[in-house]
Design a binder for this molecule. Structure first.
Ligand code: SF4
Ligand code: FES
Length: 276
């Protein structure tokens, strides 16, 4: 399974591999609006110098430092770890710190706030609902035998490598919201938990240390829940961490439908998903 995950990550990296175009400068067409002040939206164009390794976040920070300090951006780690710099770059949800300017086609890059999130200002959106969906999945291991009063009886939870493989890829999620932004179902139903939360429900459901399986399936088995996924697959194609939320959703559905114990059916499903 670990080899399969590595293979999948390599496939995703290959898919995202772009031809580089070297330039001295680029024009950023940045969406601007302060929703709280009721401002209508507009696009401001700013030209910034770039080098081969300049990322879209670097370019935006240059624009902010030297051209227009009022551009609102959210970012922190600059290394695709914190998940806070998600934005629409040339129409696709991406991490600005993980997107090189040299990989973009054309001499202008259009940068807009993530879709499916309430807009606050310029490139900043409100993640409250997204995090609420995540919290609703109870994203922590629950184990009725873990709270042992007698310290003498405490012992480790044994987990084999194959147990870990069942959920490892889903634990790479950095909660950047790109999958949520790309999801066509979230666009029409904000009560739908979305690919991030549902794949996290699967991550804990399949963890052999967790004993809240039934409770978790009850959370997602709802008219706004897991059955609303149309399997568009856009969530998995935009994920910057190689997580395959669409796979997690289908596997969790398999458990709800009761064919989860059929290893062959799961292998077939996995193969079909890998082909997409
Ligand atoms: S599954 Fe991927 S795209 Fe979705 S929030 Fe997690 S890291 Fe981001
Ligand atoms: S700044 Fe942290 S993910 Fe981009």
């Amino acid at each position: 399974m670990t080899e399969q995950i590595i293979e999948k990550i390599e496939k995703i990296e290959k898919k995202h591999e772009k031809k580089e175009t070297l330039r001295d400068s680029i024009v950023l067409k940045v969406y601007r609006a302060n929703r709280l002040a009721g401002e209508p939206g507009r696009y401001d164009s700013v030209e910034v110098p770039v080098q081969r390794w300049t990322t879209v976040l670097d370019a935006l920070l240059h624009a902010k430092a030297y051209k227009d300090p009022s551009i609102a951006i959210r970012y922190s780690c600059r290394m695709a770890s914190c998940g806070s710099c998600g934005m629409k770059i040339n129409g696709i949800p991406r991490l600005a710190c993980y997107t090189k300017v040299s990989e973009m086609e054309g001499s202008t890059i259009t940068i807009e706030p993530l879709a499916n999130f309430p807009h606050l200002r310029d490139l900043v959106t409100d993640f409250s609902q997204f995090f609420l969906h995540h919290r609703n999945m109870q994203p922590y291991v629950q184990n009725e035998h873990a709270d042992i009063k007698d310290r003498e009886k405490l012992s480790e939870f044994v987990q084999k490598p194959e147990d870990l493989d069942r959920f490892l890829q889903f634990s790479y999620c950095i909660k950047c919201g790109l999958c949520y932004s790309a999801c066509p179902t979230v666009a029409t139903d904000t009560k739908f938990p979305g690919p991030q939360a549902l794949s996290q429900a699967y991550r804990y459901f399949i963890d052999n240390r967790d004993s809240a399986g039934k409770g978790r399936t009850n959370i997602v088995d709802d008219k706004h829940g897991i059955w609303r996924c149309h399997f568009a697959g856009s969530c998995s194609s935009v994920c910057p961490k190689g997580v395959d939320p669409a796979l997690g959703i289908q596997l969790l559905r398999g458990h709800l439908l009761g064919f989860s114990k059929n290893e062959k059916k799961i292998a077939d499903l996995q193969e079909r998903l890998n082909k997409n």
